[in-house]
Ligand binder design. Structure first.
Ligand SMILES: [Zn+2]
Length: 331
């Protein structure tokens, strides 16, 4: 097969609408609900951005989502409100690596794919199986450095907002589809590259749509899987993403099997198979659903432990920042 054809096909590997867990706000809120020290922080003053985050799309405008400069906001509210922000544009339309060709391309919404996924070197993936692919670990480190710098100068609002952005990548990689390019279960023998890619994408998108709705409704006690105070331990932000990806990948076999059973063969076609809200609502046969829930709970629990483990080392810097901020003259 000519190289151009390979590239065209593999561009499809990152579904355009893929959002990992979709509702990053709800995910973050539930994962941090029992972290009590966040409640001891005084409300945080909303400030104007005065710095620049390198390497992201420089014309991204960082819009406020509801608050205004001069408002006061609870720290945990900033974290949950902005955990979604990296999906809103700062990672799109960038050209930094050849790997982007194989992880969403260079343009449009799917161009953030390369920054929001990570395939560990030992997993099966194209085109270089022995090389780790994806920049999510680097992205978490980048935003975390920006967060630390803002916190150190007493700008707690931007420190927390950047930290929420850093957490986004840990959350994304807790979703097994983001840590796994495909699986033998999705292989289409008659169309091993294009067909397999499409089938993987179909199940990936159907799963995300289904689970987003379930977590939003707090149905089937999925929210409970996110609650708690236990946490993962990491060496640094990039290590956090890599380690979560490794564990999520290990869960992928169980989840993918459950998805095939739950969503059925309809998504096994090597063409786009859209799943509407109504379609997804109908897919509730009891047996396969239980298997889906059983496969999803560990992934949510891992993601939540990772969120808490990612935040914990930043706790002294956040507390220091609040004190520094209080000493600064108010505008
Ligand atoms: Zn993302």
């Amino acid at each position: 097969m000519r190289i151009v054809a390979w590239i065209t096909i593999l561009l499809l590997a990152a579904p355009a609408g893929a959002l990992a867990w979709d509702g990053h706000d709800r995910l973050t809120r539930l994962a941090l609900a029992d972290v009590a020290w966040l409640d001891s922080l005084p409300p945080v003053l909303v400030t104007t951005r005065t710095d620049r985050v390198s390497e992201i799309r420089q014309d991204y405008a960082f819009p406020y989502k509801g608050e205004r400069q001069g408002d006061q906001l609870a720290a945990r509210l900033i974290l949950e409100r902005y955990a979604m922000e990296p999906d809103d544009g700062p990672d799109q339309e960038l050209r930094v690596s050849w790997q982007q060709r194989f992880m969403g391309g260079y343009t449009g919404m799917s161009s953030r794919g390369y920054f929001h996924m990570y395939y560990p070197s030992w997993t099966v993936h194209f085109p270089l199986p022995a090389t780790a692919m994806g920049a999510a670990p680097d992205r978490a480190a980048l935003w975390c450095e920006a967060a630390k710098a803002a916190l150190a100068r007493g700008d707690t609002y931007w420190g927390l907002r950047y930290l929420a952005c850093a957490m986004h990548y840990v959350e994304d990689l807790g979703q097994p589809y983001h840590a796994t390019q495909t699986s033998t279960r999705f292989v289409v023998p008659t169309s091993p590259i294009a067909g397999t890619t499409k089938v993987t994408s179909n199940y990936h998108l159907a799963y995300e749509a289904w689970i987003a709705r379930r977590v939003a409704e707090d149905a089937l006690e999925l929210g409970q899987a996110l609650r708690g105070i236990d946490l993962e331990k990491f060496d640094d932000p990039a290590d956090a993403v890599r380690r979560v990806a490794r564990k999520a990948h290990e869960q992928s076999g169980q989840l993918f099997g459950a998805c095939i059973e739950f969503f059925g063969d309809r998504f096994r076609q090597p063409v786009d198979v859209p799943a509407t809200e109504t379609d997804l609502a109908r897919m509730e046969p009891a047996g396969p659903r239980d298997r889906m829930i059983a496969a999803t709970r560990p992934a949510l629990a891992l993601t939540a432990r990772a969120i808490r483990g990612f935040l914990e080392p930043l706790r002294p810097a956040i507390q220091f920042s609040v004190l520094e901020g209080a000493r600064r003259p108010r505008p």
